[in-house]
Design a binder for this molecule. Structure first.
Ligand code: UD2
Length: 316
């Protein structure tokens, strides 16, 4: 099958590209490398057809969709704080880009469209675990843009008969996650801080919890979505169904790295959600999804990767 992965140069996208190639698919990537990196695609060489461009740009979207039968739309500007600073850019890259890709996919005859949604759509609703049929109340332009995308994904199934699906990701981590900004995923920041001899920062008391999900689980859910029957614009959580506190995360990463360095506590981040945990029964029912890599194994694989690949100055 010829498949398009938008955001294929990103952290999750590049893992998906790798898995699709390994299964013999032909892969096109549409990416402007605004948050992803061309180096993430280098190992695949000419096996990947690259279209450099912005998903909100109609011409780029149409070019990338030519001849493909399925689209995985992962490109986004995935930072909550950046979206608060620049809501227009967030809307363009998260909502407008999704609509543009849906139109291009429809017109190119790509019937299947799998969209990377986010747990950010739930906002701070106190009920746990979060189920897909619970109300949504995003707290950021990022969450709102992702939610708008979900609605378009659903509409394109009912209006145009496309086989569409939203996968709502929860805190994904793993190799290749970029620790380059203060808004990077906390696991990439903890691991690189500990490896580089710095003390990790915990915002707030560290008792907040997240459903940290190793990237292979997310890739597996996407692969299942490629062949699953009955896609009609549904939304599914993709996570582990468990939650881990930041204090426990720090302990686990420290143990795995064999480094003891206590965290520095800073004031809690504005708009930070206290607890996040997914119900994953719907993904099991529709996709047969079950987490294949546990949190602990994921942490081991991730720390191994950063140890081997990151340019680090150890000051232990
Ligand atoms: C995640 C997603 C985001 C969105 C959101 C939905 C990532 C990287 N981000 O944001 O895209 O889907 O969920 O709600 O997965 N923290 C520290 N120290 C640090 C960095 C973070 O204590 O150095 C805390 C932070 O305040 C938060 C937790 O760790 O309580 C997780 O932070 P994050 O930035 O990894 O992810 P989150 O949940 O804000």
């Amino acid at each position: 099958m010829k498949i398009l992965v938008t955001g294929g140069g990103g952290f999750i996208g590049s893992h998906l590209v790798e898995a699709l190639l390994a299964r013999g698919h032909r892969v096109t990537v549409l990416d402007d490398f605004s948050t992803g990196h061309a180096e993430n695609l280098r190992p695949f060489g000419r096996k990947v057809a690259l279209v450099r461009g912005d998903c909100a740009d109609e011409a780029a979207a149409r070019k990338a969709c030519r001849g493909v039968s399925a689209v995985f739309h992962l490109a986004a500007m995935p930072s909550v704080p950046r979206s608060v600073k620049d809501p227009l850019l967030s809307h363009r890259t998260n909502a407008t880009a999704t609509l543009t890709m849906l139109v291009a996919a429809r017109d190119a005859g790509a019937r299947r469209f799998v969209y990377a949604g986010s747990s950010a759509v739930y906002g701070d609703l106190p009920t746990l675990p979060k189920r897909e049929d619970m109300p949504t109340r995003p707290l950021s332009p990022y969450g709102l843009g992702k939610l708008a995308g979900e609605h378009y994904v659903r509409l394109f199934a009912s209006l145009y008969g496309m086989e569409t699906l939203t996968l709502r990701y929860f805190n994904v981590f793993g190799p290749r996650q970029d620790p380059g900004s203060p808004y990077s995923g906390v696991i990439s920041l903890f691991v690189t801080a500990l490896l580089e001899g710095r003390r990790p920062v915990i915002y707030g008391d560290g008792r907040q919890t997240r459903d940290f999900t190793y990237v292979a689980n997310v890739v597996d859910a996407n692969l299942r979505a490629l062949t699953a029957k009955g896609l009609r614009g549904q939304t599914l959580n993709v996570a582990t169904g468990k939650r881990i506190s930041l204090l426990d995360l720090h302990r686990e990463v420290s143990r795995e790295l064999g480094v003891e360095r206590s965290p520095v506590h800073r004031a809690a981040r504005q708009g930070d959600i206290k607890h996040s945990q997914a119900a994953i029964g719907a993904a099991r029912r529709l996709l047969g999804y079950r987490p294949i890599v546990s949190f602990r194994d994921g942490i081991r694989r991730t720390t191994d990767w950063y140890r081997a690949s990151a340019p680090i100055t150890r000051q232990n």
